[in-house]
Design a protein around this ligand. Sequence first.
Ligand code: GDP
Length: 194
Amino acid sequence: MKINQADYIISAVGPAQYPSDGLPEIALAGRSNVGKSSFINKMLGRRNLVRTSEKPGKTQKLNYFKINEAFYFVDVPGYGYAKVSKADKEAWGKMLEKYFSERTQLSAVVHVVDLRHPPSKDDVKMHDYLAYFGRPVITVATKADKIPKGKHQSQKQVIARDLGLGPEDSLLLFSSVTGVGKDEAWRALSPYLG
Ligand code: GDP
């Protein structure tokens, strides 16, 4: 994928601020700190378009990035951050539930998990939730550079098993450091980019 343009558009607090141009949206879901922002930056070949390692839980907003005037990446606030208050978690839940259940422009979700670890309870919940709403999900197991190659396949199998993925589901290895998986991720996304 040749990236001609990648622009930050808005941090939306609710539907009134979501773009109204009807372009397809690819949302990034995943635990805080799992590597969602790094994934977007690597996919776009931009070092710092999406700020990485911002204090998680602080921004309960959907961050929109417009790519090639054709589609959006939507960085969704991460889940599973213990220090977020109960009220914030509820607000997060409500906004996201509305977005994932009702947003017609949402064409697919990239669910980012950590290749090194079995999926957390929240990862499993997130996957089930997206499947429940019938959203196409591409599961990306990132930080592949952090474990030896010899362990990649067995870790991938653990993730597939725990998330209940079948052979028809997309599960890709990725690393925002080495760029492994980038071409495959663009291929997996291509049917959803409009
Ligand atoms: P987010 O909260 O999900 O957006 O996570 P970030 O993209 O901010 O990443 C959290 C931390 O993990 C940062 O310190 C990143 O540099 C690091 N990180 C993200 N992806 C990778 C990866 O593929 N490999 C390695 N080694 N570190 C990564």
